[in-house]
Design a protein around this ligand. Structure first.
Ligand SMILES: Nc1ncnc2c1ncn2[C@@H]1O[C@H](COP(=O)(O)OP(=O)(O)OP(=O)(O)O)[C@@H](O)[C@H]1O
Length: 282
């Protein structure tokens, strides 16, 4: 129906002339025919005979032609981007314990060096392969509580007996420089962040392909006691229910970490191409 209307309106376009256009009908908001007629008026203006002669296309040199086009349009062609740069993005990555959040982020670090990975403050003891200030900011309980008191954390929680929190300053600093920022939080943290940040951040839920795969991964990592293993596994079951509160879900299947990284990169790229960009003011 719309296509038919468009076709018939176009065939009835008046030939451009300098005669004053006929009076427009009273504007009606969101009226298709009104918008179409308005745009044909613009087309008519652009086709008006120009006082500046445009050299013939096969003879003129390129810059002469461009100058003539500019002169006849009355404006010069700028190299300014037609679309503004996309806003810096805050990407929240979450998922059950042992699903591969750190492994995924470590790969993303290599493939997207422009992203800042917010270093979470934690009171948990450092694992042998972890570097203070890179993997986590390892702080004492007293230091952590001081940060809470000074309102320096975007969110914090007590997780399996240890505090974890996201420092605000890092996010402000890197976003101000135009960098995207990745936050790595547990499900509880993601829920709090959703309340604080709403739709201004992208929430990605990382999952394994099955419960069995998730348990194997946790066991093989060899970092847990029997007790903490039990807690993490039973919590993971509950956590799967929260996937609905996220924007995207990424499956990190056994030995297919690369696929998960690729999908995450595609999500980031798609977010950058959004017409309505997310904006965050902290
Ligand atoms: N696709 C995969 N296939 C097989 N093993 C994987 C895969 N992704 C990650 N792993 C391994 O699974 C284990 C858990 O991964 P990782 O420590 O990254 O999980 P996590 O989600 O960060 O856990 P936590 O929240 O407990 O810190 C690690 O030994 C990691 O090397």
């Amino acid at each position: 129906m719309i296509r038919r209307l468009l076709n018939s309106s176009l065939t009835r376009l008046p030939f451009p002339s300098l005669a004053p256009p006929p009076p427009l009908p009273k504007p009606k908001p969101n009226n298709f025919s009104f918008r179409l007629r308005n745009s044909t008026t613009h087309m008519g203006d652009a086709r008006r005979p120009s006082p500046v002669p445009i050299p013939s296309l096969d003879k003129a040199d390129r810059s002469e032609l461009l100058r003539a086009l500019e002169a006849s349009l009355g404006s010069s062609f700028t190299s300014e981007p037609l679309i503004p740069n996309p806003n810096p993005l805050v990407i929240v990555i979450s998922g059950p314990s042992g699903v591969g959040k750190d492994a995924l982020i470590s790969r993303l670090r290599d493939s997207r060096p422009g992203i800042h990975f917010v270093v979470t403050a934690t009171t948990r003891p450092r694992r042998p392969n972890e570097i203070d200030g890179k993997d986590y900011l390892f702080v004492s309980k007293e230091e952590f509580l001081k940060m809470v008191e000074k309102d320096e954390l975007l969110e914090y929680a007590l997780v399996y007996g240890d505090y974890k929190g996201v420092p605000k300053q890092q996010i402000r600093e890197f976003m101000a420089r135009g960098n995207d920022v990745v936050l790595r939080v547990d499900i509880q943290g993601a829920q709090t962040l959703r309340k604080v940040l709403g739709k201004s951040a992208v929430f990605v839920f990382l999952t394994a392909e099955s419960e069995a795969a998730l348990v194997e991964r946790l066991v093989d990592r060899n970092t847990e006691t029997k007790e903490s293993l039990l807690v993490r596994i039973s919590t993971a079951k509950e956590e799967m229910k929260h996937v609905r509160n996220f924007d995207y879900v990424v499956v990190n299947a056994k030995d297919k970490l690369e696929n998960a990284v690729n999908l995450l990169e595609s999500i980031i790229d798609a977010e950058k191409a959004k017409v309505c960009q997310r904006t965050l003011h902290l």
